[in-house]
Design a protein around this ligand. Sequence first.
Ligand code: PLP
Length: 423
Amino acid sequence: MKIETKVLHKGYEPRNGEPRTLPIYQSTTYQYDSAEEIGQLFDLSTDGFFYSRIHNPTVDAVEKKIASLEGGIGALCTTSGQAASFLALMNILKAGDHFISSSTIYGGSVNLFAVTMRRFGIDCTFVDAEASEVEIQKAIQPNTKAIFGETIANPALTILDIEKFACIAKKNKIPLIIDNTFATPVLCRPIEFGANIVIHSTTKYMDGHAVQLGGVIVDGGNFNWTNGKFPEFTEPDASYHGIVYTDTFKEAAYIVKARVQLMRDLGCYPTAQDAFLLNLGLETLPIRMKQHCENALAIARFLSESDMVESVNYPGLENNPYHTLMKKYTPNGCSGVVSFIIKGGRENAMRFMNALKLAGNVVHVADIRTCILHPASSTHRQLTDEQLKGAGISPGLIRFSVGLENLTDILDDLKNGLSEIEK
Ligand SMILES: *Cc1c(COP(=O)(O)O)cnc(C)c1O
């Protein structure tokens, strides 16, 4: 099946007389005929739903769909993208361990890795994604257990050379985790380039309608956890009567452990209603991504030609430094997010934004409705112009998340905003 078909038919496959569309199983628990069966479920010696903190049939269908879209063997949904990043790493790391991350990643991930996970005794080294393999290898320590990167970085809009990172990970016998939020499996499937685990904030394009926070972890099933570096996978788990994940669940050891151990203990599992809404979003993902990319490229071209715009950052533009990587990793488009710098700094950026009527001033991105954000007056408000420069953010920088409105209407809105600062 191609991806357009998978989004409609994978995960939930009704049998004779069953509902055509995915039902919402609004139940915290599941009934069995005998106490023995419940006991077996708690021992993980048989498969079945027992409590909706770790598994639910509606969520399960969406997990199977997303696993199929990414080319993975299994998936676990979470209540946010942040929870997905955290669980994906905590399933591998413990106090005293270390991991490497590309420095061009989502700001929320930077906080999580640099501050909160450090409080758990887990250390992260941030590396320049453009550095050579030899340079990046220098950051690897004996206790390094994972590498993390983002396909299309939010908000830097850089494209990660996934194969380079996969090669370093493989050489060091550690897994590569990729945040594929902006690309979605429609534009890039990191497992095909050697990634082992893929995560998403489903809050963005996957849901797409700005109604639902969520996240997901996908297991590529292509990593050997028995290589001696990951005893938590190969030694008995006392909390499950001494089960050994790699013995019992083979190539699915990672995703089963994430569910039955971490999700059991941390409990950030979405509800059936959450999954139902996410599923509706997924059903139209390929057609939406196509249009987001088309609109964004046209907008990026238009902005490049404006006298009021200093520069435009969109890897789809031929002169963008990431265009070559874009053609390799996201050849059909690089999402709907464009950033650009307005001439005249902070003041003109504010005037421009205030003149827009269609684009909404919101913190959200990757939505069907066009959104706009001015980092210098919002997410990075506390910084002086000097500090902003240090963070690589120009006072005139604008992040523009192109929606699915008619292109002419979006262009008219932009033209109107630009004419405001020309006055
Ligand atoms: C938004 C985002 C996250 C965090 O997701 P939430 O659903 O907001 O918790 C992680 N990674 C990327 C790339 C994001 O854009």
